[in-house]
Design a binder for this molecule. Structure first.
Ligand code: CP
Ligand code: NVA
Length: 302
């Protein structure tokens, strides 16, 4: 069987995605009980980071160690990748030495090229277009807080960015409705909207968007690589701050998520992350378990 990659959620079937949530829960229980489980003994993950990270780096690195393997952090500053060695060559070389490669980069095409030339699984740890690993953690956090997300309504508030694009994929694969409240000109990828059809609605008014919503989620207004636009974006997005008052307009059982890092006073009010409806810390913690389930799936499946 050819090697499996995880570049977007679409690389897995809905059954496989549901299995990962269940498996992640099992691995979380083992971890909480302090049980040693090392199916990846002697296996190595190469981790290429062309953008900053706290959660993604620590969860992949700790996850590999806990599963009995190891991880190597590679940054463009001190590898030949940063000096222009072609991505195709790097993929072919790293494939000879490690068992899987995780990449956080800018252009999504870069990770697609890497995967084309890699003979080991490649995992998208965030590109300008998608952040599928975060969605695994988010879907698990919803399941833990409120049960199945199937048939529920999710509202995305803010920029139509990489996280928003991944939520559109998730809406189709996990079968939920998605309202997106974003300013004009900051919509998610048009081709995804077309593919999603009626399942996804673009709205402008956040209050209307959260009505009857079971999950409200947001992200920074300026993503990595857009730092120079940050001040202008604050002006464009200011009416889209998520606060406990906005959550009051959602379904009474609604939960709040944010992939983090958050900018309090911008996309979230100062008190939103500490509101009882916020599950952001559980959500962040699930990155560890969900990615361990993903690594086990990609590296141990027959
Ligand atoms: N949510 C997320 O991916 O966080 P990091 O940028 O810290 O990895
Ligand atoms: N949209 C954000 C997500 C960070 C985890 C970014 O790309 O910077």
């Amino acid at each position: 069987m050819s090697v499996r990659h995880f570049l977007t959620l679409n690389d897995l079937t809905p059954d496989e995605l549901r299995f990962l949530i269940q498996r992640s829960g099992e691995l979380k229980s083992l971890f909480k009980r302090g049980e040693v489980f090392e199916p990846l003994k002697n296996r190595v993950l190469g981790m290429i980071f062309e953008k900053s990270s706290t959660r993604t780096r620590v969860s992949f690195e700790a996850g590999m160690m806990q599963l009995g393997g190891g991880a190597i952090f590679l940054s463009p500053r001190d590898t030949q990748l940063g000096r222009g060695e072609p991505i195709e060559d790097s993929a072919r070389v790293l494939s000879q030495m490690v068992d899987a490669v995780m990449i956080r980069t800018f252009e999504h095409e870069k990770i697609e090229t890497f995967a084309e030339y890699s003979t080991v699984p490649v995992i998208n740890a965030l590109t300008d277009d998608y952040h599928p690993c975060q969605l695994l953690a988010d879907m698990q956090a919803y399941q833990e807080a409120r049960g199945s997300i199937q048939g529920k309504t999710v509202t995305w508030i803010g920029d139509g960015n990489n996280m928003c694009n991944s939520y559109i994929n998730a809406a189709m694969l996990y079968d939920f409705k998605l309202n997106i409240a974003c300013p004009e000109g900051f919509e998610p990828m048009a081709e995804l909207l077309t593919k999603a059809g009626d399942r996804v609605k673009i709205m402008r008014d956040p209050v209307e968007a959260v009505e009857n919503s079971h999950l409200v989620t947001t992200d920074v207004w300026a993503s990595m690589g857009q730092e120079e636009e940050a001040d202008d974006r604050i002006r464009v997005f200011e009416s889209l701050q998520v606060s406990p008052a906005l959550m009051d307009k959602a379904h009474k059982d609604a939960v709040f998520m944010h992939c983090l890092p958050a900018h309090r006073g911008e996309e979230v009010s100062m008190d939103m992350l500490d509101d009882p409806r916020s599950v952001v810390w559980e959500q962040a913690g699930n990155r560890l378990h969900a990615q361990k389930a993903l690594l086990e799936f990609l590296l141990c499946s027959e």
